[in-house]
Design a binder for this molecule. Structure first.
Ligand SMILES: [Fe+2]
Length: 261
C-alpha cells in the first residue's frame, strides 16, 4: 500500500484492492486516514455489499435521518444529480452536523461520472483553526454554535415543525489526534450562542470565508470507481456542479458518530 499526499488535505492510496476476499491492511489505512483526513482509492470495484463491509474499517454504517437508502441496503444512499435544479450539496459543510452525534466519516463511491464538472472540494479545518486570527480564536475558544436541520428538512419536503437544533463547539477536538479543528457549516449553523445576532452573523461570515480559503483546499476530480473517504470531524466539503444535465451517480455511507467536544 502506497500513500501519496495530494494537497493541504488528502492522500491517494495505491496498490490496494478493497473488494471482498482481499487482505486489507486496516491499521495502515487508519494511520494514513488520521494523518491526511481524506483518502482516495482509485479504480475500485465495489458493489453495495463490499462498500458496506469496507465502511466497517471506519465504523458502523448509519442510516440517514432524512434520506432513504437503496433497496436492501438502508445504510447506502444513492446520490444522483440529474441537473442543476436538483443540486443540493453546493455549499461548504460537514455531513449531518444537526445531529447530536454527527457521523465521524463519510465514504463516497462513484458509479457514473460526467465527462466534465462534478468535482468535490475538501478543506482542512485543522489548518483553518490554526490559521485564524489570534484574537478571533481567543474570543471563540469556548463558544458553541447552534446547528439546525431546517434546510435539509425543506429540501426533503418535510415539515418545518420537525426542526431540531443542537449545540456543538465552534472548535472541535479530534478524539484520535487531539488536534483542534474549526467546526462550523454554512449549511446548518444558525448562530453562535451568546453573541447578539448581528455580531453572530458577522463572525460567522468571517469564519465561513476563512474556512474555505484556497490554501486549505484539495479539489477532487472524480473518475468512475473512485472511493473517497473523509473525516467529518476536521474536513469540510463542497460538491460542485458544472455538468449541466449529465448524469452523476454515487453511493454514500456515513459511519457512527460521536458527540463533538
Ligand atoms: Fe455532504
Amino acid at each position: 500500500m502506497n500513500v501519496e499526499k495530494v494537497g493541504p488535505v488528502g492522500a491517494e492510496i495505491t496498490g490496494i484492492d478493497l473488494s471482498i476476499g482481499n487482505n486489507i491492511p486496516t491499521d495502515k489505512i487508519i494511520e494514513a486516514f488520521l494523518k491526511h483526513s481524506v483518502l482516495i482509492f482509485k479504480n475500485q470495484d465495489l458493489d453495495p455489499i463490499s462498500l458496506s463491509k469496507i465502511a466497517l474499517i471506519w465504523g458502523q454504517p448509519l442510516i440517514h435521518p432524512v434520506f432513504k437508502g437503496i433497496e436492501g441496503h438502508p445504510e447506502i444512499i444513492q446520490i444522483q444529480n440529474l441537473g442543476e435544479k436538483y443540486h443540493t450539496n453546493a455549499h461548504w459543510h460537514s455531513d449531518v452536523t444537526f445531529e447530536k452525534e454527527p457521523p465521524d466519516v463519510t465514504l463516497l463511491y462513484s458509479l457514473e461520472i460526467p465527462d466534465e464538472g462534478g468535482d468535490t472540494l475538501f478543506s482542512n479545518q485543522y489548518l483553518a483553526y490554526e490559521g485564524l486570527d489570534e484574537s478571533l480564536r481567543e474570543e471563540l475558544e469556548n463558544r458553541t454554535a447552534i446547528h439546525s436541520n431546517l434546510g435539509v428538512l425543506i429540501l426533503a419536503g418535510g415539515d418545518k415543525k420537525d426542526e431540531k437544533e443542537v449545540e456543538h463547539p465552534v472548535f472541535r477536538t479530534h478524539p484520535a489526534s487531539q488536534r483542534k479543528a474549526l467546526y462550523i457549516t454554512e449549511a446548518f449553523v444558525k448562530g453562535i450562542k451568546g453573541l447578539d445576532s448581528i455580531k453572530s452573523q458577522e463572525t460567522l461570515g468571517k469564519l465561513y470565508e476563512h474556512s474555505c480559503d484556497k490554501k486549505y483546499i484539495y479539489r477532487h476530480k472524480w473518475s468512475q470507481g473512485d472511493l473517497v473517504v473523509w473525516d467529518n470531524r476536521c474536513v469540510l466539503h463542497y460538491a460542485e456542479h458544472g455538468y449541466g444535465g449529465k448524469k452523476r451517480t454515487m453511493h454514500r455511507i456515513t459511519t457512527a458518530g460521536s458527540k463533538p467536544f
